[in-house]
Structure formats: C-alpha cells, structure tokens
Ligand binder design. Structure first.
Ligand SMILES: [Zn+2]
Length: 396
C-alpha cells in the first residue's frame, strides 16, 4: 500500500500531517504535535528532525514557556520560490512559483494554443516556470537537481484540462485537446527538468487548492470546475479521491435531461459538457444567431442581462444541479463549491442551487454548504503546489 492509498486514520501523526499542523498554525512546537497526534515525544522529535534535515520544517525563535526551558518554535520555511506549478486551460495557463507553505511567490497568466500540441505547449510553460523561479533571488541560484537545501526547486505540479491516468501521468481521451491523447506528460517533463513532476486533472488540483485554503477542517467536499469544460474534484476523508485510475469526479459526460440533446465531443449526446460548459454556451448562442466568439463574450452578455444568454445560463445551472444532486445524495459531502470562470455567473449559480435543494435528500441537504470557490485564479497552482509538497514529504 502506498502512502496515497492509506486511510487517513492510519496516517495520524504521519510526516504530512505533522507538516500540515505546523503549516496551518494548529501546532507550533513538538509538544503540540505530540498532543495532536497522540505519538510519544521521542517519536515526534524523530520525525521533526527528519523534516528539518530535509528543509521542510525549520526552527524559529522560542515559544512561550509553560515552566522550564522555553520550547523552540516550529515553522514551515516561507518565502522561497521552491515549487513550480502549471494550471493549463484551453486558452490560458496560470504558471507560478510557490513556497513550501503553498503561498504564491511569483505567478503570471500566459495565452496558450492547446492545438499546438503537448511538446510545444509544455515546453514553453516549463521554460516559464524556470524563469519565475530564477526571478526569486532566494531560490534561483540553488535550483539544481538533487539539492535539498532550503531554496532549491523541489518539484513541479501540472494540472491538465482532461482525464489523467494517475499511475502514469498519461492523458486519456481528452475533449478539445487535439494531439494530446495518450501523451505521457510526466515522461516528457522528466526529460526536461531534473526535479519530480506530478500531473493531475485540473479539477482535482482546484479541489486540493480550495480544500487546503478554505475547508481543511471539512472531511468531505465536492468542487465543481465550470469553465470552457466542466469537471469536479472530490475530497473524501480529508484526501483527494481519485478512484482506481484517476477519473473519479469526472462528471463531464454524465447525461442530463435536455431536449434536443446536443451532440458531445465524446460521440454521445446530451452530456453535461455539451449542455452546461462554457464551450456549450458559446455554441448554443451562435446557433441562436448571437455573434459571440468565446466564453468571455458569453459572460459579458450574461452580466449585461442579455435574455438569450441568461436563459442558457439558467438551463446550464439546472443541468449542473441535476448531476450534483446525484453526487450529493450518493456521497453526502459537507460542502459543494463551484469555481472556474462560470462560478461568477449569478443566473447559473442560482438555478444550480435551487435544483440541488429540490433534488437532494433532506438528510444530505440540511447542513450542506453551497458556495463559490474563494481562492481566485491561483487556486489551481496552489493545488499543484500542495500535490508537489505532499509528494516531496512522502518521498522524504
Ligand atoms: Zn460526452
């Protein structure tokens, strides 16, 4: 069993959990960690020393004494651009350099032509990560393979807007990504950088980023990413749930009630993605004779109160709500949060919420939080950074 597959309780006091308690401020000393984990002080000390030697924890100043010698305070090193992150979208990519606490040090958004293919797109984005890391004086000089000193680049996390086989990092049958099917992202990147590269679906990374940022106290959560495409990421028992292959949470080709059922890129008809994604809204408006070129144009029309665009947004919200109601009844999360560019679209959100309350079991709905993902445009790269940090800690 790998550490990724272990149930949460079995990891009580594991290195990742110790690190997270310090990162979130729940613990500032070895004594705190011992109390929270139930582990003996000597075991905690051993694990803390290992984390310090890896540069993943540091001791800063002295804590408040409860009699006797003042305890040394533990902290996660902050400030260095030591984790690279790429959140790839259909038309743009958010690229960042983050520190070990998951805080963004440098980030920028680049235009992307996904149809240029994986080598060209990923090659350019990896170069951008290197230049962001180089711009951080604390990290750039030491961004050398195998150098585990504080300040060295530890790894790169990449989010892909399509299905990713978790065990291999390979993309499998993505929509709207010509030339990417079967591409081994992890192997391609491993040939170009000397640090670990972890790859996941973009909705999973949004889920991880949003959960660590806003909901880390909640064990069960569902995050919907509604942009050009539509997908979701699931947090179960406090951990990202990927399922057997990595496709858990992929709701894009679930069938919804739609008449007529629009054809989908997968070859079926009436899929959620063909009804409720940003790409679907662009297509539907064009078919109604509205000259709109992209999702930005659709959102502008909805903000302006355009009747056709608003009606389509409501219909999309109902479709998302129908699928989500099944997910909520089946999985019983504490929170459902929607992110992505359509999350600010009020008519969509309102009809999604109404459909959810209409269709969910009372027991599942009575304490369910339904909200927007609050972490903004950096939520994906934040999730990517946490994926890398978890990988580095597990490897250490
Ligand atoms: Zn489909």
């Amino acid at each position: 069993m790998t550490i990724d597959d272990a149930p949460r309780d079995a990891l009580r006091g594991g290195p990742r959990e110790l690190l997270r308690w310090v990162a979130t401020g729940a613990a500032v000393s070895r004594a705190d960690l011992s109390r929270l984990s139930g582990l003996s002080p000597s075991t905690v000390s051993q694990r803390v020393e290992a984390l310090i030697s890896q540069g993943l924890l540091e001791e800063a100043g002295a804590g408040r004494s409860r009699g006797g010698r003042r305890p040394r305070q533990l902290a996660v090193p902050t400030g260095g651009a030591v984790v690279g992150a790429i959140d790839l979208g259909a038309h743009h990519a958010r690229v960042g350099a983050l520190d070990l606490s998951g805080r963004v040090v440098q980030a920028r958004t680049l235009p992307v032509r996904i149809e240029d293919g994986p080598e060209a797109v990923l090659g350019a984005l990896l170069a951008e990560v290197a230049s962001l890391v180089d711009r951080d004086p604390a990290a750039g000089a030491r961004a050398v393979a195998g150098d585990s000193a504080p300040g060295a680049l530890r790894g790169i996390g990449i989010g892909i807007p399509g299905p990713v086989q978790h065990s291999t990092g390979r993309i499998v049958s993505p929509s709207r990504m010509p030339g990417w099917n079967g591409f081994d992202v992890a192997a391609f990147c491993a040939g170009r950088v000397d640090v670990p590269v972890v790859v996941d679906n973009d909705a999973n990374l949004m889920a991880l980023g949003a959960h660590r940022t806003a909901h880390s106290e909640l064990d069960h959560a569902v995050y919907i990413k509604a942009g050009t495409g539509i997908g979701s990421g699931v947090i179960s028992s406090g951990r990202l749930h990927r399922g057997a292959q990595g496709s858990a949470g992929d709701i894009s080709h679930c069938r919804v009630v739609a008449d007529p059922a629009p054809p989908c890129t997968c070859g079926n008809a009436g899929c959620l993605e063909a009804v409720a994604s940003g790409a679907a809204l662009v297509t539907a408006l064009r078919e109604q004779g509205v000259p709109v070129s992209d999702l930005t144009g659709v959102i502008r029309l909805i903000d302006d109160g355009d009747r056709q665009a608003t009606a389509l947004a409501r219909q999309a919200g109902r479709a998302v709500g129908e699928i989500l109601a099944v997910v909520v009844n089946f999985f019983n999360p504490q929170v459902v949060a929607i992110g992505g560019r359509l999350a600010d679209c009020e008519p969509l959100l309102a009809s999604m919420r109404a459909t959810l309350y209409e269709r969910c079991l009372p027991l599942a709905a009575q304490t369910l939080l339904i909200e927007r993902v609050a972490a903004g445009q950096d939520v994906g790269i934040t999730g990517a950074a946490h994926l890398v940090i978890d990988h580095v800690v597990a490897a250490a």
